[in-house]
Design a protein around this ligand. Sequence first.
Ligand SMILES: Cc1ncc(C[n+]2csc(CCOP(=O)(O)OP(=O)(O)O)c2C)c(N)n1
Length: 342
Amino acid sequence: MGAVGPVRATQTVRNNAVTLELDSGLALSALRYMILTREVEDRIEKKLYRQGKIVGGVYVGRGQEAIAVGAGLAAEPDDILFPCHRDLGLYFMRGVLPRQVFAQYMGRVGGLTRGKDGNMHMGDLNLKIVAIISAIGAAIPVAAGAALSLKYKGLPHATFVFFGDGATSRGDWHEGVNMAAVLKLPLVLICNNNMYAYSTPLEKQMACQNVADRGPAYGIPSEIVDGNDVFAVCQAVRRAREHACSGQGPYLIECKTFRMTGHAAHDAGLYVPKHLWEEWAKKDPIERLERLMRTRGWADQAEIDQVYKDVRNEVDEAIDWAEHSPYPDPAELLDNVYGPEG
Ligand SMILES: Cc1ncc(C[n+]2csc(CCOP(=O)(O)OP(=O)(O)O)c2C)c(N)n1
């Protein structure tokens, strides 16, 4: 399928309620991106990493694909995105190719950092994707700065920043949200609450029940959404975007979800109780969308199977391309590290 180009949900707004116009085309796009994300991450985590071909660490978003894809459907092309480490779908929706992602993880020049990193610290400012900042929570003040620049220039766009539940217990998260609230910046805050921050369960790292409970402390609206329902996420993000772009300031969305994997490829997640794995396997966001599509008559099983087949073929070709991409020339080590001229 390659870069499908920006796909966005159309919407109608009546009495401040945003209604998504759902149809088979939108559902098929969402499904393709979610399946593509999972297939790319599965190959990286379960195959290439185990084969010793990945240069750095691997953190995937299995079970959380509906959040990035739902938000991606709600975004406009000029909105600035700050993905976190479980939001790969956003890259594909903005036109990054799977081959670039494989090359990135294998430290090859075909990756977005041209082999300077073998990990997910990738971005592309031409696509308005800011590279991931590793220090958890540190992206929020930076994203507030990006939102300030939009406001200062009078541009009608929003900045979307993504983070986990653990990030909301970091000091810089609070400083960034507070500043954005006071200055009424067009910032959409999207939390994936997957119930764990590495091995720490939610109740051991915060005393309030929901991440959304933190919103009123800063005078901003917040809402809880089912993070495994791609259209519910899209709808909530659309609402948040309307709010942020109309000069009313930031809006916090908490997407309740589950990390269907350990924290990273080296972690089997043995600290997660068995019943949670079982419960959440039944809520898999991809299977859920497939069920919805069959029930509404948007696609039959043969069409869904074809999506899987196309994605697998594309991913096979992408891995082959990335493995043929060279490692960077050591002479270029310092180029583009501190600026365009090196
Ligand atoms: C300041 C900081 N402390 C620790 C880490 C190591 N670390 C990376 S991801 C992570 C867990 C973050 O949890 P959460 O914000 O809930 O996101 P999730 O991984 O669950 O999506 C930790 C502890 C880090 N990157 N930055």
